[in-house]
Design a protein around this ligand. Structure first.
Ligand code: CA
Ligand code: CA
Ligand code: CA
Ligand code: CA
Ligand code: CA
Ligand code: CA
Ligand code: CA
Length: 375
């Protein structure tokens, strides 16, 4: 069932937000203890609402959207494509790039028309993320072939990746998922690496003075079951982790923060979050507003939560078949980029992995974000 936001949402949002704040900083709540939003229909309707973002306040989110572009299929058959990232070209946004993983073989770079620009066969890379460090675009992936963190620099002119890791960067666990955190508070850059065991390692990435990137683990903590997808909110200092059969957790992303956490959402058979929780991404708006979007893999949908406040549930949507591009099913990774990316993606792009491409190996679908957020 897909729900649209309405007056009730904000009421529920306020209530769940208060509950979430109450849980922060004490014992780790199990997601099952969090009151589901749908159990609060009789709650009073306040006149004054906490301010939402301008687009959210009056927006009608669609239940369904269509991709306008799909990438070329990844090189390997079967379950191979996994996770995308978007690099924003600062001088020519329409010439930005999508970086994707083929978890059976390597990294791929595509242009915004979906044309493959590069295939770098570096191993079983699963998740990928990108940040700008100084004036360099760093692409970081978790490589399951040798349980390492791969670091690549994207050349802004050629949009080609080259390995800049200072040797094998070992987080010291069996690698599964990964994401980057560029701290607005300190300027330090970290990779979070997740493992099927439930362990998270935070690994600081440091340029070694010769242009290569090294680093070391600075923090670790454990969840109770399999985790993969993660995303960090650089501006607000949050780390979100998807515990695949359980729900979404929020942690403080700073390395000295410990393991206190807040339950953001729990999985349920009736949705809006149906196991597995897979990819997580942040569609960043101004001043800390925006949305956290999760792949609800079990029902081929995407669950949207507020980025700010208590991460209240907003809506769900699907990416369905369009005239030219098929819809997305069984999505693993996804990424939202809200920077304008030229005339085809004037409000940015949502890129989702498609587990069932209709005309070849798995690939990635590109949805113009104005189709979702402008309403
Ligand atoms: Ca898959
Ligand atoms: Ca990613
Ligand atoms: Ca997974
Ligand atoms: Ca899965
Ligand atoms: Ca995955
Ligand atoms: Ca499809
Ligand atoms: Ca297709």
């Amino acid at each position: 069932m897909l729900r649209r936001p309405g007056g009730r949402r904000s009421t529920v949002a306020a209530l769940v937000g208060a509950a979430a704040v109450g849980l922060t900083g004490c014992t780790s709540p199990e997601p099952g203890e969090q009151q589901p939003a749908e159990s609060r229909p009789g709650a009073p309707q306040p006149d004054a609402e906490p301010a939402l973002t301008d687009d959210a306040a009056g927006a009608e989110w669609p239940d369904e959207v269509r991709a306008t572009v799909e990438t070329e299929p990844v090189p390997h058959g079967g379950d191979a494509a996994d996770d995308p990232a978007v690099w924003v070209n600062p001088t020519d946004p329409a010439a930005s790039a999508v970086i994707g993983t083929d978890k059976q073989g390597g990294l791929l770079v595509y242009d915004l028309d979906g044309q493959q620009l590069q295939y770098l066969p570096v191993g079983e890379v699963n998740n990928v993320d990108v940040r700008t460090a100084g004036d360099r675009a760093l692409v970081v992936t978790g490589n399951r072939t040798d349980d390492s963190i791969g670091v690549y620099e994207l050349d802004p002119d050629t949009r080609q990746l080259r390995d800049v890791a200072a040797g094998r960067l070992a987080p010291g666990l069996e690698v599964y998922g990964s994401c980057l955190y560029s701290s607005a508070e300190t300027g330090r850059l970290f990779a979070f690496v997740t493992s099927k065991s439930g362990r998270v390692v935070q690994f600081e990435l440091v340029e070694d003075g010769s242009g290569r990137v090294g680093g070391e683990p600075v923090r670790s903590f454990d969840l109770d079951s399999q985790i993969e997808g993660c995303v960090a909110d650089d501006e607000l200092g949050h780390l979100y982790v998807g515990e695949e059969d359980v729900g979404i957790w929020r942690y403080d992303a700073e390395p000295d923060a410990g393991d206190q956490r807040t339950a953001v959402a729990e999985v349920s058979r009736s949705g809006p979050l149906v196991a597995d929780v897979e990819g997580l991404t942040i569609a960043a708006g101004p001043d800390g507003t925006g949305y956290l979007i999760a792949s609800s893999q079990g029902d081929d949908s995407y669950a949207v939560y507020r980025r700010d406040g208590g991460n209240e549930f907003v809506t769900s949507f699907r990416v369905v078949d369009g005239p030219d591009v098929d819809g997305a099913e069984d999505t693993d990774g996804l990424v939202a980029e809200t920077a304008p990316l030229g005339p085809d993606f004037p409000a940015g792009v949502l890129v989702v992995q498609d587990g069932e491409n209709d005309d070849g190996n798995q690939n990635f679908k590109l949805v113009p974000l104005d189709r979702l957020l402008a309403g």
